[in-house]
Unconditional design. Structure first.
Length: 341
């Protein structure tokens, strides 16, 4: 099967391209490189020994996307391409709606015109917002609290409407919790443009000395050790979830299946720091600071549905995620653009 991966050069896209190639899929990637580098997929080709096509293309460019789909006999799409910073989405809401909603709309129209039957869509736990009941089930009422989160809800709604209108089109919507880590080779990993805002990349850079000591953003949450609880899941498990989603699409009748992808267990900021230090033997300079605005005390996933409907389970431990993240950081202190150590 020929699979189009939008945003293929990014963090989740590159790991998923690798998993797809290893599972025997043909891969075609498109990316406008607004938050990534071609180097990630060059390394995926090296790791798998399989060359594949990357088009420098914006998903909002319907004409170019049509050509890519047509020329490559695309049968399924995995749609990662989006802007993903919660804080930036408050500053540039229209850019977020244009890119995320506009890009998904164009893609859905191209898929309909070209009769591409299967879509896997990247959604996020951010669609849930604050929830009293943890772990969070897919049926929870959606309460996104940022423009970014609202773009994801809007995209989910468009996909559901498209599937209702066309029985030959079906989709799996994956709501990721907190993807972390890197491929075990240390050749591909998370390489955000500019300073990262997520915990693990900040932690590895603080440990490497390229960022100041890690600031624990609040230790007065109503949690066992006072720090925030999240659901960290290895990026290679997330990548495998996409292979499982494609397999499910081929076996299922039409419609939309929405699944959480997480490890299904809560880990606090302090626990993550301890796990990292234990797994790598490297100490993390840190101090406690104020809470970040809008941060949730706790958010973790009920992954029963992904287990049952996709036959997917997270296989990698938090220790492995920490080791892999450190391996990537140590070998590539400047991401894809600098020298490899
Ligand atoms: P990323 O920024 O590393 O990857 C996104 C890729 O899409 C980048 O390569 C970027 O250049 C590309 N892109 C953006 N807009 C584009 C456009 N209009 N046309 C073509 N390419 C475009 O991000 P990621 O962490 O790999 O996230 C992938 C997806 O998963 C996103 O949709 C994101 O919202 C979602 N997600 C990520 C996380 C996370 O923590 N990483 C959590 C939940 C959901
Ligand atoms: N944290 C710190 N110090 C830091 C950074 C983070 O203590 O320097 C803490 C946060 O307070 C939180 C935890 O680490 O308790 C995780 O924070 P992240 O920023 O890594 O992740 P979030 O869960 O806050 O946000 C992530 C994605 C968002 C997505 C959200 C909902 O970054 O895009 O999950 O799933 F919207």
């Amino acid at each position: 099967m020929s699979v189009l991966v939008t945003g293929g050069c990014g963090y989740l896209g590159s790991h998923t391209c690798l998993a797809l190639l290893e599972a025997g899929y043909e891969v075609v990637a498109v990316d406008n490189l607004c938050n990534s580098s071609r180097e990630s997929l060059k390394r995926v080709s090296e790791l798998t020994g399989q060359p594949f096509k990357l088009y420098e293309c914006d998903v909002r460019n319907g004409m170019q996307l049509m050509q890519v789909v047509e020329q490559n006999n695309v049968e399924a799409v995995i749609h990662f391409a989006a802007l993903k910073s919660v804080s930036e989405s408050f500053e540039k809401p229209l850019e977020y709606y244009e890119n995320n909603v506009g890009g998904t709309l164009t893609l859905l129209r191209v898929m309909a015109l070209q009769k591409v039957p299967y879509l896997v869509f990247s959604s996020s736990a951010t669609v849930y917002g604050e929830q009293e009941v943890q772990p969070v089930h897919e049926s929870a009422a959606l309460r996104p609290c940022s423009p970014y989160g609202r773009t994801k809800v809007t995209c989910e709604e468009m996909i559901e409407a498209a599937a209702r209108a066309n029985p030959d089109f079906s989709a799996v919507i994956l709501r990721y919790f907190n993807p972390v880590g890197a491929h075990e080779s240390g050749r591909i990993g998370e390489a955000p443009q500019g300073e990262p805002s997520n915990l693990l990349p900040r932690l590895t850079r603080a440990a490497a000395g390229s960022l100041p000591p890690l600031v624990i953003a609040g230790d007065d949450f109503p949690t066992p050790d006072g720090t925030g609880l999240r659901d960290y899941v290895h990026v290679c498990d997330i990548a495998q979830g996409h292979v499982a989603a494609l397999e499910a699409l081929e076996r299922r009748p039409s419609g939309v299946l929405t699944c959480n992808l997480g490890a299904g267990r809560p880990v606090s900021v302090r626990e993550l720091i301890d796990t990292f230090e234990r797994a790598t033997g490297v100490s993390v300079p840190c101090r406690v600071g104020p809470r970040r605005e809008g941060d949730l005390a706790a958010c973790w996933a009920d992954i029963t549905r992904a287990r049952q409907e996709l036959g997917w389970s997270p296989l990698r431990t938090m220790e492995e995620a920490c080791r892999d993240a450190w391996n990537w950081q140590s070998q590539n202190p400047f991401g894809y653009d600098g020298p490899v150590l």
